[in-house]
Design a protein. Structure first.
Length: 838
């Protein structure tokens, strides 16, 4: 990969001293030094990974000055955003840091002059897979924008020892492999064991009167775990700000070990250590489904308690009153996973810091804001009262108290409306009793937002309707965004260079500048360059596919790509119905003048989600038949790229001609892959769902392939009684496709293999694939026709990119900052220069 841009160090960030200088000679000797002194290797015995580590430390050394000065700056009474998220899917760090520091070309030169290949070293990096999908990746884009916008922020989360599993495909089935991302060390983090905190679990609460006769409660736990922070710098683009991502690891408390040891129970002490450390071992690999496992609630409480204790300590270290907590911190809850924070902050303020309830409640409500990421009712988090009370007895009492006070207000507003009362209650009492985390988050926050306009509107009408009626002023929309640094500059260096040549580089931090490309859409030689770049990028992906999967795909064919978690609502199987329709048409008319296509899929299925795994099996089975059928050779190929992650996304999004965003209307909260594709010049085939609606609004309906039912039509059809079987019966082409799958054609004659999938479609079809089938097929035909007019396709592609400015995460973060957090940028000055004290 070439440097995406010329190096451009901003003047105020010249902080080199002997150790961290940026001359090629200094960089080369730093690399050699780190190999020797940190990795402990001679060049002769060093592995590629040793060189990667030496390089990573060389880069880290060059951002420490900014990082430590940022931390210093925030000790002075500035309001800090604390983004609480169970997931941060930050992706590989090396190249991102090179780009943000503006030293990519220099480093490449130094690496090459040392006889190494930068590309090879880059490929050594194991990405931290500390998230499942969109939600975790959004948190990472937001950290990037917060730093770039110079907004004081800390990301708080969990340092999972094993992140999202690596996916292998064996015999067409997904196999999960443990993600040992830490096994060769993580050069980007710094442990801060001296800043540990203690987190309690279990036991009971004790109510008493203190020495002054005040009523108090204390929590007597039966277990205490230590939280140790590990910090990763999140450097902004070409600024001094490097915010911190602080992830917590669970460890055993020594004093507990010793207790057991002293009574001679050495093994018991070791067991206790193992149990404590289990807390942060593994990321739950589910998206959009709740598992309800006790360990998961422990994880949630653990990191939230660590984070809030950390904030309180920070505040008290500045000698500011705790009663100003909400003026010092804006805490964002990334979905309900950290919602227990509402009860924990109340406990810390009331029980531990003796602030009275009303004041504490004022602080709490003004501190928290809540982002919802799902409309699927089955994805709303709730915890059985029994489990909750056993693990967090004091929090359950606090939640009851919050609930009682809240429901008193509800009764005043809606006397005798028992339905309202039971729906708004923090406790679900319709059967087994549960704590409802979304309700806790809504009541304990001053702001509630959805992640796309449609999503926010639907929240107000469906899952959060009663809350919207009760406090409409809390609701706002903040449409998601993605960072152009990673999703353009880093992943698409060719396009970055071309655009920068034409309109300068301001677009990287002011994405609306891309508008300047609009007029170039009419420039034939610009279109030629644009096409050339897409072609080369597709060539790179084709080479990857050949190397990894031994499948030859034609870079001249239309690259039709769907990459995202596998889920029925995302309808990868609707895409498969089109693949088979396309195949059947070719088979029936061998001379059919068809636009050649390469259908590319990627994504992980939750390990316990049978239907999703069967969809992967179907894709791979269809691929095996199609790719080996001489009748269709050169006109279609089907590829499932295993182990889709951030690193692969960086290769895949830029190589797409067509982006598949085909969820059932009303199901996808926003989507962010849709933005990454369009920003890299793919056209979208999509439903009116999530942020697709806004993308279409921005790029223009004529530059977007729309199909399918609207949300209202989906609701209407459901209400009237949807009969998928009728669609099957009345559509010969659809029937032929379904029958072909049922016949065992793709499964070596096994007629049972895909039966669960087919039966589901014919007799339930919750996601209405059959209702949308014809519209989808017709629109795909329009795509094929449009692709034949290459000049016009290129025009549309350029216009898509030119009009995607809205979807920068910088815009999202500015909205959060103004509407919700009330925070301002705080530029960082490099005051304290050391070592050497320049
Ligand atoms: O959040 C996604 C939404 O599906 C997508 O539409 C949106 O663009 C994105 C960012 O707002 N949600 C998502 O990725 N959710 C999860 O990954 C997730 C993970 C864990 C759990 C639930 C959802 N869980 O309950 O454990």
């Amino acid at each position: 990969m070439n440097a995406p841009l010329e190096d451009s160090l901003t003047p105020q960030i010249r902080v080199e001293d002997d150790r961290t200088g940026l001359s090629i000679t200094t960089l080369r000797s730093a690399l050699a030094d780190n190999l020797f002194y940190i990795q402990g290797k001679f060049p002769g015995t060093a592995t590629k990974n040793d060189y990667y580590m030496a390089l990573a430390y060389t880069v880290r050394d060059r951002l420490l000055q900014r990082w430590l000065n940022t931390t210093q700056t925030y000790r002075k009474n500035v309001k800090v955003v604390c983004y609480l998220s169970a997931e941060f899917l930050i992706g590989p760090q090396l190249v991102n840091n090179l780009i943000n520091l503006g030293i990519y070309a220099k480093i490449r030169q130094a690496v090459e002059e040392s006889g190494l290949s930068l590309q090879e070293l880059i490929e050594q990096e194991e990405e931290p897979g500390l998230g499942n999908g969109g939600l975790g990746r959004l948190a990472a884009c937001y950290l990037d924008s917060l730093s770039t916008l110079e907004i004081p922020a800390i990301g708080y989360g969990i340092r999972y020892e094993f992140g999202i599993f690596d996916q292998e495909i064996r015999d067409g089935w997904q196999v999960e492999i443990t993600d040992k991302w830490l096994q060769y060390g993580n050069p980007w983090e710094i442990a801060r064991p001296e800043e540990y905190v203690e987190v309690k679990f279990g036991g009971r609460s004790e109510h008493y009167y203190d020495e002054k006769g005040n009523y108090r409660v204390r929590w007597i736990p039966d277990r205490v775990v230590k939280g140790v922070p590990y910090d990763t710098p999140i450097l902004g683009y070409q600024v001094n700000t490097a915010n911190t991502l602080r992830l917590w690891k669970a460890e055993a408390i020594e004093s507990f070990d010793f207790q057991a040891f002293n009574i001679g129970d050495y093994y018991g002490a070791v067991d206790a250590k193992i149990v404590s450390e289990n807390l942060t071992k593994i990321l739950y690999p589910n998206d959009e489904v709740i598992q309800g496992k006790e360990l998961r609630l422990q994880q949630q409480y653990f990191f939230v308690s660590c984070a809030l204790q950390d904030m309180i300590r920070l505040l008290l270290s500045t000698e500011v009153s705790l009663e100003t907590f909400h003026q010092q911190f804006a805490v964002q809850l990334n979905d309900t996973h950290p919602a227990i924070g509402v009860a924990e902050l109340m406990r810390l303020l009331v029980d531990e810091h003796r602030i009275d309830w009303d004041k504490a409640w004022h602080i709490t409500q003004n501190t928290f804001a809540f982002t919802n990421h799902t409309l699927l009712p089955e994805a709303l988090e709730k915890w059985p009262i029994e489990l909750f009370g056993r693990l967090l007895p004091r929090h359950l009492e606090i939640i009851y108290e919050i609930n009682q006070r809240f429901l008193d207000r509800v009764r005043m507003k809606y006397p005798r409306d028992l339905g309202k009362l039971s729906r708004l209650s923090l406790i679900d009492e319709s059967g087994e009793r549960y704590v409802r985390m979304a309700n806790l988050a809504c009541v304990g926050s001053h702001a509630i937002n959805g992640v796309a306009e449609l999503h926010t509107e639907l929240l107000k009408k469906t899952v959060l309707k009663d809350f919207y009626e009760f406090f409409p002023e809390k609701f706002a929309n903040v449409t998601n965004g993605v960072t152009p640094r990673r999703w353009m500059v880093l992943s698409n260096p060719r396009l970055t260079r071309l655009i920068t040549e034409k309109i300068g580089d301001r677009w990287i931090t002011h994405l609306d500048d891309l508008r300047k490309l609009e007029t170039l859409a009419d420039d034939a030689s610009f279109r030629q360059q644009w096409r050339q770049i897409k072609q080369e990028t597709k060539g790179d992906l084709a080479a990857y596919i050949r190397k990894k999967l031994d499948i030859i795909v034609d870079p001249k064919s239309l690259f039709d790509i769907q990459v995202k978690r596998i889920h029925e609502y995302k309808r990868q199987h609707l895409n498969v119905l089109h693949v088979i329709t396309f195949y059947n048409r070719l088979k029936h008319d061998r001379d059919l003048d068809i636009t050649p296509r390469t259908f590319i899929f990627g994504g992980k299925a939750a390990p316990g989600y049978f239907m999703a795994k069967l969809i992967i099996k179907l894709i791979v089975s269809v691929a095996n038949i199609v790719n080996n059928d001489p009748d269709v050779r050169d006109r279609m190929k089907v590829v499932f790229i295993p182990d889709f992650n951030v690193t692969l996304g960086q290769r895949i999004y830029p190589a797409a001609d067509l982006s598949e965003q085909i969820s059932t209307a009303g199901k996808e909260a926003s989507g962010t892959g849709n933005m990454k594709f369009a920003l890299n010049g793919a056209l979208t085939i999509g439903t009116l769902d999530g942020a697709n609606v806004e993308i279409r609004e921005e790029v223009g309906a004529e530059n977007f392939f729309l199909f399918g039912l609207t949300t209202e039509e989906v609701y209407g059809l459901k209400a009237r009684g949807y009969r998928p079987f009728d669609y099957y019966n009345q559509n010969a082409e659809l029937k032929a496709v379904i029958d072909l799958i049922s016949s065992g054609f793709f499964s070596h004659g096994d007629v049972d293999l895909f039966k669960p999938l087919i039966d589901n479609l014919l007799y339930r079809d919750d996601y209405m694939l059959l209702a949308d089938y014809q519209s989808y097929i017709d629109t795909q035909e329009k795509v094929s026709q449009a692709y034949r007019d290459r000049e016009n396709w290129t025009r549309m592609s350029i216009l898509n990119v030119a009009r995607m400015g809205k979807f920068s995460s910088d815009r999202s973060i500015r909205e959060y900052a103004q509407k919700i957090w009330k925070v301002e940028p705080v530029p960082v000055e490099l005051l304290q220069l050391c070592p050497g004290g320049q």
